[in-house]
Design a protein around this ligand. Sequence first.
Ligand code: 13P
Length: 252
Amino acid sequence: MLIAGNWKMNLLPHEGMLLTHEICEGMKSISPEIEILICPPFTHLAQCSVIIESDDARISLGAQNCDSHEFGAYTGEISPLMLVSMGVEYVIIGHSERRVLFNESNEIIAEKCHVVLEAGMIPIICIGETLEERNAGNFEGIVREQLLGILRNEAILESILNSDIVIAYEPVWAIGTGLAADPDQAENAHKFIRSILNEYLPGQSDMIRILYGGSVKPDNASAYFAMPNIDGALIGGASLNVESFLAIAQSA
Ligand code: 13P
């Protein structure tokens, strides 16, 4: 089970450091079988990494994005190799906020996925439909297209065979709205996603963790974790508060 906090563009560095300390402290109440991951903004990563290491805490560190090149004239961008050098193990790729607000296409997301794998990190590939797409009965087509953007790429498939990926199913209508998906609805989506993974990665698909994301809170989390195809959660708002984040982890 993987419990991941996506802090998005929140918390000043000193607040992020405090939250990291508090999570390290609270880890004693979390079963060792639960993997805890925090994904702070770029500006906080180096300090968070020092805190996690000095506390010897079982917390993994992730970034929320990265560029698809290793080095070069890409003003304002962050290289996957820079992230690795700071102790980053996971990178969130293709979050719906990046797809919508920053025009990231399935092609760009595939390029990022490839460089993250090449750099030895684990991509958390976000997929999910909008409300209009769901209401139009188009959920399966959209999710399939987003996944195939990654899985149809031979080079990526090759890298995945020697590595690991995480999929995050985040229906856009459930993100930050309080309208969490019904657990059965989420389980059906996860089952569908796993069946596509099985087409391209037979033998590996059962091991790939599929997280649910979208208004996960302490009072609804355990219903998701009881589902056979839900392997954890990607949490936004509730990951900014130590009590709610740890309560979700405890229910896993
Ligand atoms: P919320 O938990 O705030 O709905 O955000 C989910 C999300 O986007 C995680 O990546």
